[in-house]
Design a protein around this ligand. Structure first.
Ligand code: GLU
Length: 276
């Protein structure tokens, strides 16, 4: 197939049971891939060792198959790709684009004046006075132990992309988001780095995911550019809300695909709820 043909991905995290919101986002991904005559990969985002569980991996595969979704085998498992993420970190280090950060999340939260509008899940803007000077020599990667690494964002630069659902989007580096984590002190890549590396290196042409990740898209666009790859296309799906107007989360057992299925809901009934 031609190199430029559509390649999408489903990227669930095995940290809980998938719910209706995931099903809808993945259904949009499946529908867009099929409309483009393209293919899909399934990426198992299993790097968060504190929350990851093997039984959730089996459950998510089973739920996605139950929905009738099809992807190319083998499944891409992030924990098997650590050398690629390390190589990307080394590339960013060699380019002087990252710095070691000894500050805790608490230090950062205490130092920011106003609550961050990106929402509770998003990183607050990293306080500029915590940053080492741009010309400070960088310690070698191997000399820094038990420490986070952050990407130094190009302050004041406006980034833009056209979202497949929400249309034109833009953000200003250093104002809408700050220096962000690329490597964690427990020696695993951050979500931003692993996702950017995978989307670029697997040749994903369009990323379809929830609207809660729009701000992360700007971070990932910076990483993808810094690593020498071309930008991907993005399509973010509006988040599903519960009856109280709250965003669905993995704690919403009542709306987990498992529960709905045990109540006799069929895949086609679910999918009928998503179709416009
Ligand atoms: N695994 C991530 C999550 O479940 C999704 C990441 C993505 O689609 O980029 O939030």
């Amino acid at each position: 197939m031609a190199k430029e043909s559509y390649l999408g991905r489903l990227a669930p995290s095995p940290t809980g049971f998938l719910h209706l919101g995931h099903a809808r986002t993945f259904w949009v991904a499946v529908t867009r891939a099929s409309a483009a005559g393209g293919r899909l990969l399934l990426r198992n985002d299993n790097l968060d060792a504190t929350r990851f569980r093997l039984d959730f991996v089996d459950a998510m595969l089973e739920d996605l198959r139950w929905l009738g979704f099809v992807w190319d085998e083998p499944v891409v498992t992030q924990s098997e790709r650590l050398p690629l993420y390390r190589a990307a970190l080394a590339q960013l280090h060699a380019a002087g684009l990252i710095f070691p950060c000894h500050r805790s999340r608490r230090d950062v939260l205490d130092a920011v004046a106003a609550p961050h509008e990106g929402g509770a899940d998003d990183e607050p803007v990293y306080p500029p006075h915590f940053r080492p000077p741009a010309d400070a020599p960088l310690p070698p990667l191997g000399d820094v132990i038990n420490c986070n690494w952050r990407f130094r964002v190009p302050d004041g630069e406006t980034l833009a992309f056209t979202d497949g659902h929400f249309g034109p989007q833009q953000a200003v580096c250093g104002r809408d988001f700050g220096d962000f984590l690329v490597w964690r002190k427990d020696d695993v890549p951050s979500y931003q780095l692993s996702c950017a590396v995978d989307d670029a290196m697997l040749g994903i042409t369009e990323v379809v995911r929830g609207a809660d990740l729009i701000r992360s898209t700007f971070r990932q666009l910076l990483l993808i550019r810094a690593l020498g790859h071309a930008a991907r296309a993005y399509c973010h799906c509006p988040l599903m809300l519960d009856d109280q107007g709250e965003r669905l989360a993995k704690r919403h057992d009542a709306l987990s695909l498992r529960t709905l299925r045990s109540q006799g809901v069929t895949p086609s009934e679910l999918i009928a709820r998503f179709s416009p």
